[in-house]
Design a protein around this ligand. Structure first.
Ligand SMILES: Cc1cc2nc3c(=O)[nH]c(=O)nc-3n(C[C@H](O)[C@H](O)[C@H](O)COP(=O)(O)OP(=O)(O)OC[C@H]3O[C@@H](n4cnc5c(N)ncnc54)[C@H](O)[C@@H]3O)c2cc1C
Length: 378
């Protein structure tokens, strides 16, 4: 949707094809900062995003038995930073509202590209609904499990870098509520974070160590999640049990995408399809939006082939930095051994607050700084 917005703003006509039947309502919490925040400003999205911003202030970290390890105010760390915490569907809705009435953007839900062929001077595309047309440029922004990527570059395991974890995210109604803005339970090899949402809803994010990062079918997800968190704190088990048939669970391996090139002829991959950084980086959505902006800037300069080269040349150094960061952060993201875990808990419980504050603040600022090496023009 960001690419559609930027291309339409610079004189292109765009056909946007989304496999889902409508805007997906499921989703997790994300932070928009660095270049992604700047791109949202340029799209004049910030007032709309501020309307649905989630204020997560009171954060509580619990040990496996539910005892309190640490209580902090997250808001303090974000002071002075350009940052918005949002639920993913709110970002998607804001982007959708920004393009849906644009006559240069033709949005088609519930279909997907069935086949495409680069003819040299155009790409011929056939959709699953039977329609066919020719385009100057095909952009695959179809996420970490991108079908466009497989069609362009083959299904090579070399492109996928598992970080050693699986994650699951869902929203669910919990009549008992959360009691805090944010609650985290952790134990060796697995952790859960809960965010309070309006009414009695909560957004849950589970992360656990698992060398198997393969795709898990929708039917298998709730069972797998139950198995991964068997024996966890009773509140964790209770909230998993609240999931009904109609509740969607996003569950996947944490897999980085590392491709030697993001484009081929008149086809380009964008966002997670090209360079998924995983949730570890905290910059994936922002970098997808930034990529869209940079692409429009470069296409406005003329020749498509050269524009795709320049787009990649501008984006690649920052993506590489973020990927290196994701790899190294992943190693200690969820402590695996009892010893490492006891060390983490002791620090949280006993380290002076001012030192911990400084540690958290540095972590957040270094994440934003890593992404901010990218220059957006104009
Ligand atoms: C738990 C979690 C927390 C995160 N936190 C942050 C954060 O704090 N900050 C941040 O910036 N990023 C964060 N991210 C990363 C961010 O969500 C992704 O990087 C971002 O969503 C990538 O956008 P995308 O458009 O490339 O892919 P996606 O968001 O995956 O969107 C791909 C779209 O393509 C559609 N699609 C898939 N296949 C097809 C097909 N064949 N045909 C048509 N349509 C198709 C899908 O339905 C989907 O709508 C987080 C991710 C997770 C999982």
């Amino acid at each position: 949707m960001s690419a559609a917005w930027w291309l339409a703003a610079t004189g292109w006509r765009v056909t946007l094809v989304e496999r889902a039947p409508d805007l997906r309502a499921d989703g997790y919490m994300l932070g928009l900062s660095g270049p992604g925040y700047e791109v949202a400003r340029r799209m004049e999205l910030l007032p709309r995003l501020r309307e649905c911003e989630r204020h997560i202030e009171d954060n509580l970290y619990l040990a496996r038995d539910g005892s309190e390890l640490l209580r902090i105010n997250y808001h303090d760390f974000l002071k002075g930073l350009e940052w918005i915490t949002l639920a993913r569907p709110d970002l998607a809705t804001a982007l959708y509202e920004a393009i849906r009435t644009n006559p240069d953007v033709d949005i088609r839900f519930a279909t997907e590209v069935e086949t495409f062929r680069d003819e040299g001077d155009a790409v011929s595309v056939r959709l699953r609904d039977g329609s066919a047309f020719s385009v100057d440029l095909l952009i695959g922004a179809d996420g970490v499990r991108s079908a466009t990527r497989s069609a362009l570059f083959g299904e090579s395991a070399d492109h996928l870098v598992p970080l050693g974890y699986r994650m699951a995210a869902y929203q669910v109604s919990d009549p008992q509520g959360l009691g805090n803005d944010f609650l985290s339970y952790a134990e060796p090899g697995r952790m859960v974070e809960y965010y309070r949402l309006p009414q009695d809803k909560i957004a849950a994010l589970h992360i656990w160590c698992d060398e198997d990062a393969s795709f898990v079918s929708i039917e298998r997800r709730k069972q797998l999640l139950g198995e991964a968190f068997a024996g966890a704190h009773p509140d964790v088990i209770r909230r998993i049990a609240l999931l009904g048939e109609q509740d969607d669970v996003l569950l996947d391996g944490l897999v980085m995408v590392d491709l030697p090139s993001w484009h081929k002829g008149r086809c380009l991959l964008l966002g997670d399809a090209a360079h998924c950084l995983t949730l570890v980086s905290g910059q994936g959505a922002g970098m997808a939006m930034t990529s869209a902006c940079v692409l429009a800037e470069e296409l406005a300069r003329g020749d498509i082939a050269e524009a795709l080269e320049r787009h990649e040349a501008r984006l690649r150094p920052t993506i590489t930095t973020l990927q290196v960061r994701s790899r190294s952060t992943a190693r200690w993201f969820v402590p695996q051994t009892d010893r490492a875990f006891a060390f983490r808990n002791a620090i949280m419980r006993w380290m002076p607050k001012w030192l911990l504050n400084r540690y958290f603040q540095r972590g957040i600022r270094s994440e934003v700084l890593a992404a901010s090496s990218l220059r957006i023009e104009n």
